[in-house]
Every structure is written in C-alpha cells, then in structure tokens.
Design a protein around this ligand. Structure first.
Ligand code: SF4
Length: 262
C-alpha cells in the first residue's frame, strides 16, 4: 500500500473494483475496469495468506479471458480437443504462469523428465528452428494438453478459424499465418498488458520466458515461487523472449494512472 490513499479510501476502491471483476472485459476507453483488474492482480500477488499467489493471479486472468471472448457463429473456431498441430511451437510465458503450470506437475515425474528431454533437444533454438525441429510440447498427452486449465496465455489465446491454415503453416516449418478472430488478438494483448502492469506495480520482474527451461528451473528449485515473490530472481538464467514493445506506451500510461492507488 502506498501513501496515495487512506485505508478507508483503499477499502472503498476495492469495493468499487469488485463490481468490475466478474464481468467480461469490454474494450473501451473507460480505464476503470482495467485498473480494477490490475489492482486485483497486485493484491493477489501480494497476498500473504495464499499458498500460491501466482496461481490465483493466473487463474483470474484466464477466467477473464474466457468470459471476454465468447465464440461467435460469425467466427467459428476450428480448434477441437485432440487437435494439436500448434503444439510444436515455442511457448513463452510470464513467471506467474510458469509457477502455475509447474504446480500441476509436482506429482508427475514422467512428464517432468519429458520436459527435461524436450529442453535438451530444443533449448537455445530460435522460434523458427524450434518449429522446424517438430518436437512436440512435453505437456501434450495423447494429443491433448495435460495442463489445459493452466495452459499459458499464449496457448490460451492461440486459436484458429482455419484448420487447413494450421496444417499448411506448421507442416512448412514456417511460423504459421493463422486466422485468429480479432477480438481474441485484442484480448490477448489486453491480458498481457494486465500482467505487465501488475508485475511492474508489484515490483516483480516483467520478463517473458521460454516455457520448457522455465519449468525445468522451477521444478528443480526448492520453494521457487515463494523465493521469486520475495525478490530472488531464480529465473535469471532462463532464456527470455524479446520484450513486447507494441504496448509499452499503453502500459506506461496504465501504471502511472494506477500507481497512486495500489
Ligand atoms: S502447454 Fe498445452 S496448449 Fe500449450 S503447447 Fe503445450 S500442450 Fe499445447
């Protein structure tokens, strides 16, 4: 909590925020819903009572994404359970997402070993080379994502309206040109901005990592999430994705607007 607001003002603002949190997010000029979600994420990440603040934060963003991008008859998706053509691409994610995925794997030693093997085959490859390697995501189980409810936002938002485009693009080994509904793309960017603003305001690293190496590191580190939240950069050695820049300005405006209220 900063000196910006008194305790009663914080409580009043929290009540105001709570009215926005269960609603689908409308992409509008009104900054209040975005600010409410960012403040909520900061509260979740700082919650000393939670056993996994990152899981709570990621579950909140995933739920928000789902209720904000309903499938419409005008833009039906080609994605179906058991279709996994897109699951041989490099997956990138934020640290909270990596902790959430890792939390699903603690009792799955075979999957953990497969992640290590995938990392030894693909670690250090470029996005293109990773795709050409045709190494499937180690979290796939019989062509189904085994961490579906906890899958990273980059997987969650990667949907297609054209199966043929997926097959053609991915068979070529070229980064595929997949038709994704415009609302999905906009909401994906918005959710990424929420993460970026919340991590920045919580004083945590705003970094995007390659998933397999992040998981290998987390799963080999005692109390990884708690230590990361306490400021120890346990992911410092993990390959990073280029920082997103197209929404830098918006995130800077968002954080400046919200900072006095967290
Ligand atoms: S995490 Fe799940 S959805 Fe994402 S690439 Fe891996 S198997 Fe596919």
């Amino acid at each position: 909590m900063t000196d910006g607001l008194s305790r009663p003002e914080h409580r009043a603002l929290q009540r105001e925020d709570e009215a926005f949190l269960p609603l689908p997010l409308q992409l509008s000029a009104d900054p209040r819903p975005l600010a409410a979600h960012v403040r909520h994420l900061v509260r979740l990440l700082r919650d000393p009572q939670s056993t996994s603040p990152c899981s709570e934060a990621v579950a909140h963003v995933a739920g928000l994404f789902d209720r904000s991008v309903p499938e419409t008859p005008e833009q039906p998706l080609a994605c179906r359970k058991g279709c996994s053509y897109c699951c041989s691409q490099m997956v990138t994610l934020t640290a909270p997402e990596a902790f959430f995925v890792a939390a699903q794997l603690r009792e799955r030693p075979k999957t953990v070993a497969t992640i290590g093997q995938a990392h030894s085959l693909t670690g250090g490859l470029t996005v293109k080379a990773r795709l050409r390697s045709k190494v499937s995501c180690p979290l796939l189980d019989d062509a189904v994502c085994s961490v579906y409810a906890a899958r990273p936002l980059s997987c969650h938002g990667f949907v297609s309206m054209d199966l043929k485009a997926c097959i053609a693009g991915l068979a070529d080994g070229e980064p595929p040109n997949i038709p994704i509904p415009g609302l999905n793309v906009a909401m994906l960017d918005t959710c990424r901005m929420l993460y970026t603003a919340a991590l920045r305001l919580a004083g945590l690293p705003v970094t995007v990592y390659e998933m397999n190496q992040a998981l290998v590191t987390i799963l080999a580190t005692e109390r990884a999430e708690a230590r990361w939240l306490a400021g120890e950069d346990i992911l410092a050695g993990v390959a990073q994705a280029p920082p997103p820049s197209r929404y830098d300005k918006t995130v800077a405006q968002m954080t400046a607007f919200i900072a006095p209220t967290v």
